[in-house]
Design a protein around this ligand. Structure first.
Ligand code: HEM
Length: 348
C-alpha cells in the first residue's frame, strides 16, 4: 500500500478536495495590491507568533531579570538580535498594515451593508493589535517601558466608574509591583494572541461568507473576466508578497537592529516620556485636553469608529447623494496624521 493511500485511510482529505474547498473565484480588483492589504497583517501576525515563541524561550518576566534576559537575547544568544529585530519591526509593519487595510476598507465603502459586523470585528482586531504593541513595549523593562506602563495605567484610571478597577487589573495592585510584568507577559503572549486568532477566524469566515466587495474600474478592459482563481493565482501572489515582506523585515532587522535603552529606574522619572509612534495621536490628544475630558472624548471617538457603518448608513439615508462620509474620513485621517507628527517633533 502506498504511503499516500495509507495516510488517506487515516486522514480522509485529498489535496484536490482541499483545493476545491478553498478555490473561490477571486474578484479581479484584488490584483491591485491595496485591495489585498488584509493578507499583509495576517502574514505578519504569523511572523510575530513564530518569533515571539522563540523570544519567550529566553525572556524572563520578572523585575529582577527581564532587562538582563532581553540583553542576553540581543547580545549573547545565537541570532537573538535577528529574531528580536524581526519581532520589533514585524510589530511596526503589522500596525501600519492594519491601519492601511482599514483606510482601504473605509474609502472603498467596503464596510457597508451587509459587512457592518465584519467592520466591528476588524475594530476589535485593531484594538488587540495596539494592545499587543503596548504590552510588548512594556516587557523590555527599560526606563520608557516602565514609565510608559505607569502612564498607561494612570490614564486608564481616569476613565469614570471603571478606571480604578482597570488600573488595578492591569498592574495587579495599586501601583507597579512584582505582579505587573507577569501580567503584561500573560496578556502579550497568551490572552491577546489567542483572542486575535479567534477574531481573525471570524473575520476571514465573514469575508468568505459575504465574498469581498466587488468593484470594476474604468481602466479595466471590457472583455476582461470578472474573476480569477484563488488557486494558484491568488495564493502565489500572497506567497510572493510574504517573501518580499520577509526580505524587507530581514533588511530592517539587520540595518536597524533593536537597541536597549537604560534599565527601568522607579526612582527617577525620565525627562521625556513617549509611547511608541502608534500611540502618539492619543498621547497628543491627552495633552491637549485635561484628564477626564480627554479620556471621555477619546472613548467617544473610538465608540463612533466601532459603530461607523451604522452612522454612515444614517448619514446616507438623510443626505442620499452627499459625500459627507468621505469628507469625515479625510478630516479624521488628516487630524490623526497631524497629531502624530506634532507629537513626534515636539519634545513635551
Ligand atoms: C489583524 C488585523 C486584520 C487582518 C489580518 C485582516 C484581514 C483581512 C482580509 C485577508 C480581508 C480580505 C480582503 C482584503 O485583503 O482586503 C479582510 C477584509 C475586510 N476587513 Fe480586515 N483584517 C484586519 C483588520 C481589519 C480592521 C482594523 C478593519 C476595520 C475596522 C477590517 C475590516 C474589514 C472589512 C470590512 C473587510 C471586507 C472588505 C471587502 O469586502 O472588500 N479589518 N480583512
Amino acid at each position: 500500500m502506498k504511503f499516500k493511500d495509507w495516510l488517506y485511510e487515516r486522514f480522509p482529505v485529498r489535496g484536490e478536495e482541499l483545493r476545491e474547498l478553498t478555490n473561490e473565484p477571486v474578484p479581479n480588483h484584488l490584483k491591485r495590491w491595496w485591495f489585498c492589504l488584509g493578507g499583509t497583517p495576517a502574514y505578519l501576525f504569523v511572523v510575530q507568533i513564530v518569533t515571539g515563541i522563540l523570544l519567550a524561550i529566553y525572556y524572563q518576566p520578572t523585575q529582577a531579570s527581564a532587562y538582563a534576559s532581553v540583553r542576553r537575547i540581543t547580545e549573547v544568544e545565537t541570532y537573538g538580535w535577528y529574531f528580536r529585530g524581526l519581532h520589533k519591526w514585524g510589530a511596526t509593519l503589522m500596525i501600519a498594515a492594519v491601519i492601511l487595510h482599514q483606510i482601504r476598507v473605509f474609502f472603498t465603502g467596503a464596510y457597508r451593508k451587509p459587512r457592518e459586523l465584519n467592520w466591528i470585528v476588524g475594530m476589535c482586531l485593531l484594538v488587540c493589535t495596539l494592545m499587543l504593541g503596548f504590552t510588548g513595549y512594556c516587557l523590555v523593562y527599560e526606563q520608557l517601558s516602565y514609565w510608559g506602563a505607569k502612564v498607561g495605567a494612570n490614564i486608564a484610571e481616569t476613565v469614570p466608574a471603571i478606571g480604578p478597577f482597570a488600573k488595578k487589573m492591569l498592574l495587579g495592585g495599586e501601583d507597579y509591583n512584582e505582579r505587573t510584568l507577569p501580567r503584561f507577559f500573560i496578556l502579550h503572549a497568551a490572552i491577546l494572541p489567542v483572542t486575535m486568532m479567534v477574531l481573525l477566524a471570524l473575520h476571514i469566515l465573514l469575508v468568505r461568507l459575504h465574498g469581498v466587495t466587488e468593484y470594476r474600474f474604468q481602466a479595466d478592459p471590457p472583455d476582461q473576466p470578472d474573476h480569477y482563481q484563488f488557486y494558484p493565482d491568488h495564493l502565489y501572489t500572497e506567497l510572493a508578497i510574504g517573501l518580499v515582506l520577509m526580505v524587507i523585515l530581514s533588511v530592517l532587522a539587520t540595518v536597524f537592529p533593536p537597541v536597549l535603552g537604560p534599565p527601568a529606574d522607579p526612582l527617577t522619572t525620565p525627562e521625556v516620556i513617549k509611547p511608541e509612534w502608534f500611540f502618539y495621536v492619543a498621547f497628543r490628544w491627552l495633552k491637549l485636553f485635561s484628564g477626564t475630558v480627554a479620556v471621555l472624548s477619546m472613548g467617544f471617538i473610538v465608540a463612533a469608529m466601532f459603530v461607523w457603518p451604522f452612522l454612515d448608513a444614517m448619514i446616507r439615508r438623510r443626505w442620499p447623494n452627499s459625500e459627507a462620509s468621505v469628507w469625515i474620513g479625510i478630516v479624521v485621517a488628516l487630524t490623526i496624521v497631524a497629531l502624530t507628527i506634532w507629537e513626534a517633533f515636539v519634545p513635551h
